[in-house]
Every structure is written in structure tokens, then in C-alpha cells.
Design a binder for this molecule. Sequence first.
Ligand code: NAI
Length: 415
Amino acid sequence: MNHDIAHIGLSEQGHLRVEWAARRMPVLGVIRKRFSEEQPLEGYRIGACMHVTSETANLMLTLVAGGAEVTLCASNPLSTQDDVAAALVDAGISVYARRGEDADTFYEHINAVLDTDPHLIFDDGADMTTVLHRERVDQEILAGMEETTTGVIRLKAMADEGVLRFPVVAVNDSDTKHLFDNRHGTGQSSLDGILRAANILFAGRKVVVAGFGDCGWGIATRAKGLGADVIVTEVDPIRALAAAMEGHRVMTGLEAAAEGDVFITATGNIRVFRAEHFALMKDNAIVANAGHFDVELDLRALDEMSESRRVLRDNLEEFTLPNGNRVLVVAEGRLVNLGAAEGHPADVMDLSFSDQAIAAEWIVKNADTLEPRVYRLPDELDREVARLKLEAMSGSLEMLTDEQAAYLGSWQHGT
Ligand code: NAI
């Protein structure tokens, strides 16, 4: 079996991490048991480009239990848990991922996975899909799965241009994914990353959240819960209004730059905080990014305008500006929750990765009828994942009476 990982000797520690995550992923556990009995993915090769974490490991093991042959590489150079990569190799899965790998290695690893000629691909940010559309244009792929908002935006742009070559399930668009993973997962784990890197007290601090989508909602809500005074910047009037009605102050980036103590981007957009913002920031301002790509903070501009830079702590780099003010960048501006912490807790990835596993089964069953466009997971499967999770959390669902069902299905009732 081929692989490229940091050190196989880390596997024992990795197995413990994977086991601890599995305990908090009960829905995926149910699917894994069913997959091992029914073998819905038998004979399929899967190539995955995802964050190599303990939760992803459990997804990979579920796909293998379903009969698939799986090869995995990293979707971000800084998010790989080397011990988890070792545990997967020890479990017989080919992994190409080393934490801190450079850009060339990152793409070599994507190509190594594609060299296995997968039928299905699992992508997180659409980097693997992009390689297939730019460089490996003759390679046949049955279908794909996409995990995140940024990847779905890229795929929809490909579909709109008529260049998308195979059907893809936008797993991110399932309600059981974006309403929970993006909100609760990113909310908690982004603050976790900043806490681990800087160990600051959030209470009483002014926290600027750029973007009030699902991720921004989660970050702002959790920061407020820790006692922070939250400021939101938004370009969409509805989302900006929603932030204002949640009790946050809403202002422009430049206004916020002069006020904030901590800045967190979650827009999926480029150069959200730039030279003109850094120049206005207070001494010891902390900046971090929770969006998929490391393009939301213009760190090249920060570097150019700084007189010096030094690493102050793990995942915390200090840039000193000519006016003496210091700006502290967390995790090189990459996904803060994966770069400086351990990503989303398994409890919430249980939902996202159950969606992924079920999407693979659905796409294999329906491959003949699907066109090269972006699909949502059918609503009944989305709801089934929610039902199983609620059950695992000991919640019980109210049932409609026959009379209520008839009432909701009729237009003839009135006052
Ligand atoms: P979303 O589309 O729900 O929200 C993004 C928001 O940013 C929108 O409301 C948009 O109007 C706003 N925005 C765009 N440009 C802006 C600008 N220049 N200034 C201020 N606001 C701006 O997207 P979602 O789901 O919240 O995802 C955001 C990013 O986070 C994406 O890149 C996504 O892939 C990534 N993501 C990261 C995760 C993590 O683990 N850190 C988990 C899930 C998603």
C-alpha cells in the first residue's frame, strides 16, 4: 500500500483519537453497522481530499466498511493530524498527508489519490475537482461529494458555465450540515483555536466578525456568550439586519478596524482585512480566519507594511507596524479552528459525515439517472439523519395526529 505520512510510529496515539471521536458519532456508527451488512459501496474506489482528522478517519472507516477502497489526502496543508494519518495507514487505508506540507506536496498528494482512478471523489473546497477540470480533463469520474460552502460556490460556477463533468452532491447544502456544522461547529472551534493560540479572555473584548452567514452566526453567538461585545461587518443587507437584531453592532470594516480587539473572518471572500484596516488596528489586535481559504486576511500586505515579524507562541505570529502597534495573526491566516485547534468536535461532524456516507450510497444507487450538475441530498435522507441524531441525544419527536395532518394538508379550513 502506498502512502506519504509524517510517521507511522504515531499510529497508537492516532487510534485512541479516532476511537474517542467514534464514541461521539453515534449516527455514523449506525450507518457503519448497516454498511458492513449491506456493502452498498462494494467494488467502488473512493478518492477523498478532506481535513485529515479523527472525524474524517471515522468517515473513511465507514466507507471501507461499506465495501469501498479508499485513498485520502489533505484538503488543507495545516489541518492534518499526523497521528490520525498514521492510524489510518495502520488500518490499511492509503493516506497522503503531512501537517505543514508545502503547496507542491499538497498537489502531488491530490494527484497521487487521483492516480488510483477513483469512481467517487469526496472533496472539501473543490481543490480535487479543480485539478480534474484543469489538468486531468480526460479522467472519468462517476460522481463527487462536496463538503463546504466555498467548494459548492466553485462547483455551481462550473455548472453555470457548463463545464462541470460529473454530478456532485453539495453535502454542505443539507440542513443537517450547514445549520449545525457551520454554525455550532465553526462557532465553538474557531474560538477554541484563538484560545489555544493566544489564551485571551473573551469577556469584555470587542470581537469583530466579518460575514454573518452560518459560520459568522456561530462565531458571533459564541463570542457573545463568552461576554464579548460583538461587532459584525456584512455586505448583504438581510444578513446585516439579522446581525443587528441579534444585538450585535453592525459597521463597515474600516469603522470596525479601529474598534476591535479580535477580528475573525468567515466570508468565503478575498482580502476582507487589508492594509488600510491593519493600519487602523489597536496595539495587540488579534486577527484570525475561519473561512475555507487563507485569502481573507491580506497577510502579504501586512508583511510588507510591517517593520518586523516573529513567532510569539505556537500558531501566533506578531507583526510590528511602523507606529509601534503589533498585530497578531493566528495560524498563518488559515482555517483557525483546524490550524490552531482540532477542528469541529466529533459530535457535530457526526451529522456532516453521516450526510457524506448517505450521499455516497444515494449517488451510487442513482448514478444512471444523474446529470453533471450540483444536487442536494434528498430531503427525506436529510430528515432521517436529523431524526437519528435527535434520538441519540435522547430527544423525542412529537407526532402529528391524523386530524392535524389533515388540517395542514387542506386549504378549506378558515375562521
Ligand atoms: P455563507 O455564504 O453562509 O456566509 C458568508 C457571508 O459573508 C455572507 O453573508 C456574505 O454576504 C458575507 N460576505 C461576503 N463578502 C463579505 C465581505 N467582504 N465583508 C463582509 N461580509 C462578507 O457561508 P458560510 O457557510 O458561513 O461559510 C463561510 C466560509 O467558511 C466559507 O469559506 C466556508 O467554506 C467556510 N467554512 C469553514 C468551516 C470551518 O471549519 N472553519 C466550516 C464550514 C464552512
